[in-house]
Design a protein. Structure first.
Length: 363
């Protein structure tokens, strides 16, 4: 099910059939915020520098991951293999990771993440966790399977080669599980909301489509909802959660609809809220759309704005790009923003963020 990160029109149509998101009203301890809480950095008049070479023909790239300060990886459904690798310094690129059942393959990719110079991949349907070593000069790759999770999952991140956090795609009323690589559960994290469900419905994680990011020091994780105005911040290893409600208010419910093949659980009305989330040790950034899905044009809308927060949930900065992007990542050491832009053609570009790291994090 290649729906988890890519939010194309077709993906959102399918998401209406299986409901890939959740919602909640503010409860005690939650933080409400709106766009007025951010200091604005407007880059809409800045022409970004193209990074990907013209001969690197991209389709709809998404799920971008910065493996090192020079190596980037991202998915592209229209490529022959599942992942692109790009050395942003040399311009060299490679297409890697075949679809298949082999020990160095997976049937699909749920999400990617990086740790200590390695690229990690969560496998769709085969439940694999892959670790990929990349040669920065040749972009040659060596794939190792760390294990297979015993249940289907939506997203995952590794805490080490032997432990991870994942969102199970099951009937369990559980948001995240902390587990060993063999699937042995060590803890549960988070809570599932009931208040946006129509009466009688029980929340399932399959209703909660999200993107997640782990801080490099592994002390925090953020879960960013694709269709709802909810962001969850987890303090690790304790698992304490802070829920942010914003930056806009919506009035949607999860409903139950009977069809000939069974029951579907759409969000009514449907929204596109956040696409893309990246973390550093002092906070995180997420791409904001905030658009109700009424027309075909709405379904093709991607973020033009990135919101920054510290790990206490305080809004800090808002970066406006003035152009849509499929995804983004940030080199916080150099304050360089990399974006997979949509127009005039799909490509990777970069911006210099004109403030310091301390400023972007609100220090």
């Amino acid at each position: 099910m290649k729906l988890s990160f890519r939010i194309s029109a077709s993906a959102l149509c399918v998401s209406m059939l299986i409901l890939l998101s959740c919602g909640r009203d503010a409860t005690e301890g939650d933080i409400d915020y709106d766009l007025s809480a951010f200091d604005v950095i407007d880059l809409s008049d800045v022409e970004p520098e193209r990074v990907s070479p013209p001969e690197m023909m991209l389709g709809i790239p998404f799920d971008m991951c910065m493996v090192s300060d020079s190596i980037f990886a991202f998915q592209d459904d229209r490529a022959q293999k599942q992942l692109w690798l790009l050395n942003v310094n040399s311009g060299k690129f490679a297409n890697i990771l075949y679809r298949g059942n082999g020990p160095k393959e997976c049937l699909g990719v749920s999400n990617t993440w990086a740790d200590d110079g390695y690229l990690f991949v969560g496998g769709v349907r085969d439940r694999k966790i892959l670790k990929i070593a990349i040669d920065p000069d040749t972009l040659g790759s060596d794939v190792t399977c760390l294990g297979e999770i015993p249940v289907d999952f939506l997203k995952a991140v590794t805490l080490s080669d032997s432990s991870l956090i994942y969102a199970p795609f099951t009937e369990l009323e559980i948001r995240f599980l902390s587990a060993r690589m063999d699937g042995t559960t060590t803890d549960t994290l988070g809570r599932l909301p009931y208040d946006r469900l129509s009466e009688g419905l029980v929340p399932k994680n399959s209703m909660f489509q999200m993107q997640i990011a782990l801080s490099p020091d592994k002390r925090h994780m953020v879960s960013s909802n694709l269709s709802w105005n909810i962001t969850e911040i987890y303090a690790l290893p304790e698992g304490d959660v802070t829920v942010l409600n914003g930056p806009i208010k919506i009035n949607s419910k999860i409903v139950s609809v009977s069809i000939p093949l069974g029951t579907i659980y759409p969000q009514e009305p449907s929204w596109r809220m956040f696409i893309g989330v990246k973390a550093c040790n002092d906070g995180f950034a997420q791409g904001f759309v905030g658009r109700e899905l009424k027309t075909d044009e709405d379904y093709e809308k991607y973020p033009e704005t990135i919101l920054f927060f510290d790990w206490n949930g305080n809004p800090t900065k808002m970066v406006k790009l003035g152009r849509e992007m499929f995804d983004f990542t940030i080199d916080f050491a150099s304050m360089t923003l990399y974006a997979l832009t949509k127009e005039p053609e799909p490509m990777l570009v970069k911006y210099t963020i004109p403030v310091s790291y301390d400023e972007i994090m609100g220090k």
